[in-house]
Design a protein around this ligand. Structure first.
Ligand code: ADP
Length: 454
């Protein structure tokens, strides 16, 4: 089947839908291709918190913040290898993007702000239910109202170029037919990252092999990056892959049991019953530390006091049920019994816990310098969680300029091609800060849509 449209958007996640809505609003005829049977991508399964300085809740709460501070935090979080011009576009337009989502798209924001690691101010908005479902549901509703077609189960495979290298269309595979889409104006690549593509991960970073699962949806296979590279696009920062240390060793799903660790209440050990890493260390350091242990897993120990203080039952009851049912979490009256469940060296574990408790009493951990020691681990029953690191975000990807135009290996713009969202590289440097992804994908999704429609 051959069709002609002004603009084809590849990927119906947060970035692609923002681009499609803006392009259509600017008068273009737009179609969206989504390879999965369901729209939403990683955006849908994320918490979707959204960093925006000077937002209305900061104003209400009297929190002082600035665009410059947001830029500084983001650059520092990315070890200063981020492209500062792109970071500036995100930080300067984040608030307007959040207001656009609220007023034009109908997204409901909760009445409370969050503060994520690396951000020096409480500046992150939280969508209704702290879930990307709110963002995607409202974007899809808006797209429907605007008569933007979204073809599900339709996978883009090739970017078509003319003799001058300009992008003039896309080839795609549908469920029972193949398509050639010709474009009058542009193709926008918004197909997300490559966290679920082990081969591609290892190609760019051999450490992130198949011992590491993924928190991402199965659709995050880097298709757009490969398609763009095949027509000469430059890629940046591909080796920078963010892992999250405490995930389900069976599925890779991020575990909210980890709240207990963030509050400081857990001790992490290996099968030999020994600590090996600071429990509140950087995500990457902890992840690689866990990967190096027996079975590439860790065991997180918590006592009843810590369990209660972390509100695990109230906030994450269904997850706890799942973990118990799948033998990933044990509750026992003694440390020995808990250790035996996972065949952890009980004698070593007891010695480790005794030492740890003495550090809590001294207020100082001479072994791993744990930065927060709020509680000893001595009140039965005890809980042990088995966990493993998983890929969470791929920072690298297609090189773009501040207009979301794709740049080729000679540093020149590829005409007719835009990219936005996790598929792009350079914005987050070595390490993306929590809640910066949503700001990025909405801001650059809109920029891509507006410019492509011109
Ligand atoms: P972002 O946060 O950048 O919007 P997401 O992961 O939320 O990224 O969304 C990317 C979407 O692109 C996903 O829904 C994914 O299934 C889709 N996608 C990935 N590769 C292709 C492809 N080749 N053709 C069509 N859609 C794709």
């Amino acid at each position: 089947v051959t069709e002609t449209h002004d603009i084809v958007v590849i990927g119906a996640g947060g970035a692609g839908l923002a681009a499609a809505i803006e392009a259509k609003a600017a008068g273009a005829d737009v179609i969206v291709l989504e390879k999965m049977p369901l729209a939403g991508g990683n955006t849908l399964i994320s918490g979707a918190e959204y960093a925006a300085s000077n937002n209305w809740l900061q104003e209400k709460e009297g929190i002082k913040d600035s665009v410059e501070q947001h830029i500084e935090d983001t650059l520092k979080g990315g070890d200063n290898i981020n492209n500062p011009e792109l970071v500036r576009v995100v930080a300067e337009n984040a608030l307007e993007g959040a207001i656009w989502l609220r007023d034009e798209v109908g997204v409901v924001w909760e009445d409370e702000l969050m503060q994520f690691g690396g951000h020096t101010a409480k500046r992150s908005l939280v969508p209704l239910g702290a879930s990307g479902k709110e963002i995607i549901t409202k974007q899809l509703k808006k797209a429907k109202e605007m008569n933007i077609p979204i073809l599900l189960n339709t996978k883009a495979t090739v970017l078509i170029t003319d003799t001058n290298g300009k992008v003039i269309g896309v080839e795609a595979e549908g469920e029972d037919k193949n398509y050639t889409f010709n474009t009058n104006k542009a193709v926008i690549v918004a197909s997300g990252g490559f966290g679920s593509n082990v081969e591609m991960r290892v190609k760019y970073n051999p450490d992130i092999d198949n011992a590491i699962l993924s928190t991402n949806t199965t659709g995050s296979t880097g298709d757009g990056i490969v398609m763009a590279e095949n027509i000469g696009a430059d890629l940046v920062g591909m080796e920078h892959i963010q892992t999250y240390p405490i995930c389900d060793p069976l599925t890779g799903t991020l575990l909210y049991f980890d709240d207990a660790r963030l509050y400081g209440h857990t001790v992490i050990v290996n099968k030999e019953g020994k600590r090996f890493v600071e429990e509140l260390g950087r995500r990457d350091v902890m992840s690689m530390g866990i990967k190096a242990q027996t079975g590439s897993v860790c065991y997180e120990l918590l006592d009843q006091n810590g369990f209660d203080a972390s509100k695990l039952q109230e906030n994450h009851g269904p997850e706890l049920d799942y973990l118990f049912k799948n033998n990933l979490l044990v509750k026992a009256d003694t440390l020995e019994e808990a250790a035996a469940f996972f065949e952890i060296d009980a004698k070593e574990l007891k010695a480790t816990v005794n030492k740890y408790n003495s550090y809590v009493k001294d207020g100082k951990d001479p072994e791993f310098n744990k930065r927060m020691l709020p509680s000893t681990v001595d009140t039965a029953p005890f809980y042990i969680l088995k966990a493993a690191p998983a890929v969470h975000h791929t920072m690298g990807g297609i090189k773009i300029n501040t207009n979301a135009q794709v740049i080729n290996k000679d540093g020149k713009v590829i005409e007719g091609l835009y990219a936005a969202g996790e598929v792009t590289g350079g914005i987050h440097g070595t390490n993306r800060l929590g809640s910066n992804a949503l700001a990025d994908i909405i801001v650059f999704g809109r920029v891509a849509g507006q410019n492509a429609a011109k």
